[in-house]
Design a binder for this molecule. Structure first.
Ligand SMILES: C[S@@+](CC[C@H](N)C(=O)[O-])C[C@H]1O[C@@H](n2cnc3c(N)ncnc32)[C@H](O)[C@@H]1O
Length: 264
């Protein structure tokens, strides 16, 4: 599948991903959840293991953590960090999260930080997670508003050039949609905490955030585009960004939802 390979290549190349900013953003999920000694945890799309490592410390040696991911290079970094911390209760598995099928009622908690939007079939993954959880267990994940990362301006720039671009952040892009998808998957006691992580960027930086072609999505029409068409899309995007410039710069929205939901 082209899309999954794109995801693997993209994240394998992002070995500089492991920094304090991404770590702090991930472990902020623990501001809304509590793990106890002896619990069993799954960290879906663990990347460099930020959540898995923190969870392993919290559940202690009587507990256990499984971290899964498809990006080999990030898992290597995670493994080094686990060894450096001398943790014996974390297991990493290289597997597509959408294909991972452990036994039912296995985990007390399932975490997924900055990754759920990358799964093409979100209703199915939520139903799976519900099944993997023990009764009383919870899922905790982050997702972004649909207009974060200038996504809507990118979609509009494509539309201006006759291209229908699906937005990765659309399915979980509003609190109502999050609530609806979780309810459909039978989750209860849903909490959605918003955090604005946006910043002002200067015009050049804001425009350089998108090259007119790159887009992680299963159905990505930009893959096949001729260079001249890409150039036109990029011009439309740069114009749209220039149009929202203010004295402070260009607002770059990053509205993150920290979501917790339970199997009761
Ligand atoms: C933005 S990173 C987040 C990593 C980590 N959760 C964190 O917050 O530090 C997204 C991660 O999702 C992983 N990923 C994307 N699609 C996946 C899939 N289908 N199965 C497993 N991992 C996947 C990527 O390899 C990458 O490590």
């Amino acid at each position: 599948m082209i899309y999954k390979q794109e995801v693997i290549d993209f994240y394998n190349a992002r070995t500089n991903y492991d920094n304090n900013v991404t770590r702090d953003r991930a472990i902020a999920l623990f501001d809304y959840t509590t793990l106890f000694s002896g619990q069993s945890v799954l960290d879906v799309a663990t990347g460099t293991g930020n959540i898995a490592i923190e969870a392993a410390k919290k559940v202690g040696t009587n507990g256990s953590v499984i971290g899964i991911d498809i990006a080999t290079e990030l898992l290597k970094i995670a493994q080094q960090k686990i060894q450096a911390e001398n943790l014996s209760n974390v297991q990493l598995i290289e597997v597509d999260a959408e294909a991972y099928q452990p036994e039912s009622n296995k985990f007390d908690a399932i975490y997924c930080s900055y990754a759920i939007m990358l799964f093409p079939n979100i209703p199915t993954i939520l139903r799976n997670w519900y099944r993997f959880l023990k009764s009383g267990g919870y899922i905790a994940f982050t997702c972004s508003s649909e207009d974060s990362y200038s996504a809507l301006l990118i979609v509009e720039a494509c539309a201006k050039n006759g291209i229908t671009l699906p937005n990765l952040h659309e399915p979980l892009g509003t609190p109502d949609r999050i609530q609806h998808l979780l309810t459909q998957a039978k989750f209860n006691l849903i909490e959605i905490h918003s955090r604005q992580m946006g910043t002002y960027l200067n015009l050049e930086k804001a425009q350089s955030r998108w090259n007119g072609q790159f887009w992680l999505h299963n159905d990505n029409p930009l893959r096949e585009l001729e260079p001249e068409k890409i150039r036109l899309v990029k011009v439309s995007y740069d114009d749209a960004i220039a149009a929202i410039e203010t004295e402070q710069g260009v607002w770059h929205e990053e509205l993150i939802y920290y979501v917790v939901a339970r199997k009761t």
